[in-house]
Design a protein around this ligand. Structure first.
Ligand SMILES: Cc1ncc(COP(=O)(O)O)c(C=O)c1O
Length: 364
């Protein structure tokens, strides 16, 4: 079986560097908010072309911290897509605000600007653009809408480390970008981790306070914050891995190109908008009769999976805020048709050929 994700080959390739970094921290006994986190924050900010970065415990906390730092809470609405991982909208709800779902474009699975504009009410405070599967949401259009309505644009970059629009890294278009370093991500740690990036000094200061018990000066608390920090071992390992991300993303793109060629005329393959550098966190196609296709692949040695089988507006978790009968036709079409193939930089040419050949052997 070719798994949808395999981390062992990559670990073996960088094992010495990673283990030395982790050991350096263990032996230093500086485990919280030490030199590794500070260095990684500086390096990650520079790599993304922004002035500030703040390490947090995970990607969910990155979004929740950002929402809280913007003063968004009970009574406020935040517009987000429904074709995403629950964390995007869950973080909004955890901050006390209400997620309001807008529809997507079927070609990129990212927010549709017209649908966003229709979802705006007097209670709306922000829009969360999710760069799903590694392709950028239309951030330029969404920023224009946000500015026109006096809203914040928050970018959920959990799946899009290294993705760019017009050569600029995602996360630098809105008030902030929120990243996850969950091990499966394009830049993944050896446990949970997350980061917020921003060019806004005031927002950065507020986010710093939220992530560390509302405190600027130790033991003086100006607000109720929380404890969500990136730890030193994660930061040390992520510093090693950051040096490889560009090469890994290039390899993901080469694999995607090979898949596109192998699946031409068989499936609807992913679109890459001309101004966008897609980093293929996932390689997601659309096919009719998707479940039969999935079974064929799984029965024949290909670990294909479905992200996401139930759109967020249909999840029980949001039943008390989503109006009865609310529908997002394009998201629901995506839900019925998407299929993601194995995607990690270490996939071999033989594996790619096996996957596309197996795909083509499906009998409708
Ligand atoms: C789009 C998206 N947003 C947010 C998150 C949350 O990140 P974490 O798992 O680090 O909390 C994820 C993680 O899977 C994600 O895919």
């Amino acid at each position: 079986m070719i798994p949808v994700l395999e981390l062992k080959t990559q670990y073996a390739a960088i094992q010495q560097e990673v283990e030395e970094a982790a050991l350096r921290v263990l032996r230093s006994t500086r485990y919280i908010l030490g030199p590794e986190v500070q260095a990684f924050e500086e390096e990650f900010a520079a790599w993304n072309g922004v002035s500030h970065a703040l390490g947090v415990g995970n990607g969910t906390d990155a979004i929740q911290t950002a929402v809280r730092a913007l003063g968004i809470g009970p009574g406020d609405e935040v517009i987000c897509p429904a074709h995403t991982f629950i964390a995007t909208a869950g973080a909004v709800a955890l901050a006390g605000a209400t997620p309001v779902f807008a529809d997507i474009d079927i070609d990129t699975f990212t927010l549709n600007p017209q649908s966003v504009e229709k979802a705006i009410t007097p209670k709306t405070k922000a829009i969360i653009a999710v760069h799903i599967y590694g392709h950028a949401a239309p951030v330029i259009e969404l920023k224009e809408i946000a500015d026109r309505h006096g809203l914040y644009l928050i970018e959920d970059c959990a799946q899009a480390t290294g993705c760019t629009v017009n050569g600029k890294h995602v996360g630098s278009f809105g008030i902030c970008g929120c990243f996850s370093f969950f091990p499966s991500k394009n830049l993944g740690g050896i446990g949970d981790g997350g980061m917020i990036i921003t060019n806004d000094d005031d927002f950065f200061e507020k986010a710093q306070m939220v992530h560390n018990h509302g405190s600027k000066v130790r033991y003086y608390h100006d607000m109720i914050g929380t404890n969500t920090r990136l730890d030193e071992i994660q930061a040390a390992v992520l510093r090693v891995k950051l040096k490889h991300v560009n090469a890994w993303n290039e390899r993901r793109r080469a694999i995607a190109a090979a898949y596109n060629k192998g699946l031409e005329g068989v499936a609807i393959t992913p679109v890459e908008r001309p101004n966008c550098y897609h980093v293929y966190h996932q390689y997601t196609v659309r096919v009719p009769e998707r479940d039969r296709w999935l079974k064929h692949l799984n029965d024949n040695g290909v670990g294909a999976v479905i992200y996401y089988p139930i759109e967020l507006h249909l999840q029980k978790a949001f039943a008390n805020t989503v109006p009865a009968g609310f529908s997002l036709p394009v998201s629901e079409k995506a839900m019925a048709e998407v299929l993601s193939l194995p995607m990690f930089p270490e996939l071999t040419e033989e594996q790619i050929t096996f996957i596309t050949d197996t795909f083509k052997q499906f009998k409708p």
